[in-house]
Design a protein around this ligand. Sequence first.
Ligand SMILES: Cc1cc2nc3c(=O)[nH]c(=O)nc-3n(C[C@H](O)[C@H](O)[C@H](O)COP(=O)(O)OP(=O)(O)OC[C@H]3O[C@@H](n4cnc5c(N)ncnc54)[C@H](O)[C@@H]3O)c2cc1C
Length: 490
Amino acid sequence: MNADTSGPHAGPHAVVVGGGITGLAAARRLLAAGARVTLLEAGGRLGGKLLAGEIAGAPVDLGAESLLARRPEAVALAEAVGLGDRLRAPGTTTASVWSRGRLVPMPKGHVMGVPGDAGAVAGLLSAEALRRIGRDLELPPTEPGDDVAIGAYVAERMGHEVVDRLVEPLLGGVYAGDAYRISMRAAVPALFEAARRHPTLTAAVRAVQAAGAAVPADAAGAATGLGGSVFAGLDGGVGTLPGAVADAVRAAGGTILTDTPATGLLQAGAGWRVVTPERTLDADAVVLAAPAPVAARLLGGLAPEAAALLDAIAYASMALVTFAFRRADLPELPGSGFLVPPVDGHTIKASTFSSQKWRWVGEAAPELFVLRTSVGRHGEEAWLHRDDEDLVAASLKDLGAATGLAARPVATTVTRWTDGLPQYPVGHLDRVARARTALAGLPGLRLAGAAYDGVGIPACVASAHRAADAVADEIIATPETGHPGAGHSS
Ligand SMILES: Cc1cc2nc3c(=O)[nH]c(=O)nc-3n(C[C@H](O)[C@H](O)[C@H](O)COP(=O)(O)OP(=O)(O)OC[C@H]3O[C@@H](n4cnc5c(N)ncnc54)[C@H](O)[C@@H]3O)c2cc1C
């Protein structure tokens, strides 16, 4: 085996494993800190769960499509790599819930589906369910403890219906998971903390809402020209972000190797040796930004306890079915799309009306109407073994029942996201903390990505930056001391 330590400049060498948004953001940050960087991507394409595509000539995201702009990291990354003028607020954020056969406007006045009062969800829930929500005020306080499943906690205080018809479809959209298993501490940390301080869940929701209302406008995206929008997209697709970050990485002297999976990781002196099928790279630091099972395999011989913890992280698989219809063939479709409570037993879990949600989709193909459905969530992967035609047919059936749509599409694309979203069940954050502790004795090695610090793109970018900063601190000499430390830039 030849160890390849060559590179364009001298200086510490960092290898980043994984060319999703996490790995790319980590590579960019390490270069800015002064490291030489090689990024290894197993596949032929960069971007991971971000994928810009097209249907019937219209550009559309076939993977992740929306950036949370309330958090700064993803919007700031887009701006830093020259996409600032392509950031767009959604054309509409008015969504519906397809519940008991009706499209009901998505209620406002809740935190991830947990209402601040029964009136906020009156249009969606039964009279009995609304009464049950009110009982929260009469129940003795129940501490969420160190962690609790959000569904179980909310059902105990406010009844099952609000969980099944609101919390579940909302969280399902984020995690493709099961609200009765998802960690409240990980998924809704502000509500979790508030629930520990307040005697009722209602009071906790109101405290979170009040804190949100107090966020200065520029922290909510106003400074970016997004007009305070909570979410942002990119003209051309969020899937164009990885390519722009990759360009920035290459422009800063970084090396990106696609079709180059990391297959082994060994300690070599004070550093690391990263094995790929065709070459071996010596590195002073390694950021593991591939999915958790891959990190687990690479760490198996080095840190068996961490490997076992990471290997136990479960993933949900799902498919996105993207349709192009002739606009003239469709009935009026409301807002940005709709969510589907799994309790109603339909196949699709959500539909996004891309041509309405993102003006650039509609403007690129004004005669077409592009929409997507999603199928599958954790524990319900059976549908994903069906043919594309079955997924298209099942989606059309549900779309017809929900909206009255009866037209035939002019084009369809099925995108399967096997192991698309890591699950955050109760205890997940402790598991991740234990894995990181188990790796603490391995200097210059960090984990980053969707499995650890949040699944959303801003959380992935933040995770990447933390990992990059930490290894930069360890391997890059500061001008003052000549010793490693504080080498990162912002
Ligand atoms: C269908 C779908 C829709 C989503 N929608 C949104 C959304 O709208 N907004 C949002 O914020 N988030 C969304 N998410 C979540 C978000 O997109 C992901 O959590 C995030 O993109 C994950 O980024 P990552 O870089 O951590 O991991 P990944 O994107 O999984 O990237 C990991 C990379 O590592 C590579 N790799 C694997 N093994 C190796 C190896 N041995 N060596 C080298 N490379 C390897 C993979 O090929 C992959 O490219 C969505 C996710 C899915 C699946």
